[in-house]
Design a protein around this ligand. Structure first.
Ligand SMILES: NC(=O)c1ccc[n+]([C@@H]2O[C@H](COP(=O)([O-])OP(=O)(O)OC[C@H]3O[C@@H](n4cnc5c(N)ncnc54)[C@H](O)[C@@H]3O)[C@@H](O)[C@H]2O)c1
Length: 293
């Protein structure tokens, strides 16, 4: 089973889904890309097109490989279009209800032997697996953002994930040219268990007036040698995703140290979700991001 994946389905054509489709197609997999509407799928395809073109201009990918990769990705406007996939990776909005509904609708159309993965940043793999008809072939594959550039993929086994599923996933991640680490199925796994409380603390630091957006980001870039400030990173991840992860940590670990900062909650309520809505801790409408506080 460890090398039986030929066609990959990706559900969600947002920043993660289109990145996953991009790296799968470049690695030689056939890809079917699904989202809620044709417009969103085409927006995802346009992003992939632009991102692979950038890799060509940097000499990282040949023109021929670009053309071949783009030809391998087909839009899938219905879940039925994923019926012949060997591995389907769900990368839809970070909301447990949304993901459960997708799995309930998807399972009846899949081949019995198909594997299912989720790119969730924080939700229990065991619980999501239980919403499917194949918990033994269900696994967490947590890609990092931006997918084409980031080397790591966290693999998370649910309690029912069987060894052949894990082995096939490791082979798949290696074929993508990525490095896998294994994380246990605890809220937010490893990377976000450590990263998100740091980002949440940076937002508290802003909320309490300890520093401005600029001073907090400069402090962490130059004082802790982070490549990006924590507020810039929050905008990049998406503030809705950041809030969902903090809520999963807060509820899942029942510890007040994970309480989402009220300012983060307010920004999400305002629809200020970061780069994807052109406003978060920075305003992205002009040529250069402008700090908002
Ligand atoms: N943003 C990050 O840095 C990051 C990093 C790692 C993992 N993740 C995880 O990846 C997943 C996607 O996050 P994102 O940043 O790409 O979000 P996003 O908002 O950019 O994209 C989500 C996409 O899912 C689509 N969608 C929603 N419901 C759907 C449905 N029922 N069927 C098909 N498509 C549906 C939306 O239309 C949207 O295009 C989340 O689980 C998130 O936690 C995000």
């Amino acid at each position: 089973m460890s090398d039986t994946i030929r066609k990959v389905g990706v559900i969600g054509a947002g920043q993660m889904g289109n990145g996953i489709a991009h790296v799968c197609a470049l690695a030689g997999y056939d890809v079917a890309l699904n989202d809620l509407s044709e417009e969103r799928i085409h927006a995802g395809l346009a992003t992939i097109n632009g991102n692979i073109a950038r890799q060509v201009s940097k000499g990282l990918v040949s023109e021929e490989a670009r053309k071949e990769a783009l030809a391998r990705i087909v839009p899938a406007t219905t879940l039925e279009a994923l019926a012949d996939c060997d591995f389907v990776i769900e990368a839809a909005t970070e909301n447990e209800e949304v993901k459960r509904k997708i799995f309930t609708a998807l399972c009846p159309v899949l081949k019995p032997e198909a594997m299912l993965g989720t790119n969730t940043s924080s939700i229990s793999i065991t619980r999501l697996a239980a919403a499917t008809d194949r918990p033994e072939r269900f696994i967490g594959v947590h890609f990092m953002n931006p997918v084409p550039l980031m080397q790591l993929v966290e693999i998370i086994r649910g309690i029912a994930t069987e060894d052949p599923t894990y082995e096939a996933t490791k082979t798949f991640i290696a074929k993508l040219g990525k490095t896998a680490t294994l994380a246990e199925d605890f809220p937010a796994f490893i990377v976000n268990r450590i990263l998100l409380p740091m980002i949440n603390e940076a937002i508290y630091t802003l909320y309490e007036g300890v520093g401005s957006v600029e001073s907090i980001d400069t402090a962490m870039r130059l004082g802790a040698n982070h490549p990006m400030g924590p507020l810039q990173l929050a905008d990049f991840i998406g503030l809705d995703t950041c809030l969902s992860i903090m809520q999963v940590l807060y509820e899942g670990l029942a510890d007040s140290k994970y309480r989402p900062c009220p300012l983060l909650v307010k920004y999400v309520e305002a629809g200020w979700l970061g780069r994807k809505t052109k406003r978060g801790f920075y305003d992205y409408r002009g040529d250069k991001p402008v700090p908002t506080r």
